[in-house]
Design a protein around this ligand. Sequence first.
Ligand code: DAT
Ligand code: MG
Length: 138
Amino acid sequence: MSHEETLILVKPDGVKRGLTGEILRRIEAKGYVLVDLKMVQADRDLLTSHYAEHEGKPFFEPLVEFMSSGPTVAIRAAGDRVIEGFRSLAGATDPTTAAPGTIRGDLGRDWGLNVQQNLVHGSDSTLSAERELALWFG
Ligand code: DAT
Ligand code: MG
């Protein structure tokens, strides 16, 4: 048992499709606490820092384009093992093969674009969570 905080994003596809409430519902239903939440129009600088590990990959440009295409909902969520727990709720990166029962598996699919529009982001380690929470929440 270890109390943690993580950064969760409802990406622009999730906001546009009206799935913010459904995604928040799943986070709360699991028992995680919404500590802070805001809507952000992410710019290139923020996204380049956020996705620094992916700079130079073929999907990087389409990813930044997609992530700046509309508002994102940024969430500071807390709970025991919430970092791993939310990654599990979110499901695999590719929404076509993400397991049913997960956010991406139940609500996402491939739209044939150059980037996976997979509804949510979740920090993948304590180090990423600290870094990403500082970026999005200061
Ligand atoms: P995750 O969001 O599951 O942590 P990631 O960090 O590897 O996945 O990648 C960040 C985002 O970039 C991901 O949510 C969608 C996009 N992406 C990753 N790999 C991709 C690929 N091979 N083709 C298209 N988009 C990809
Ligand atoms: Mg990632």
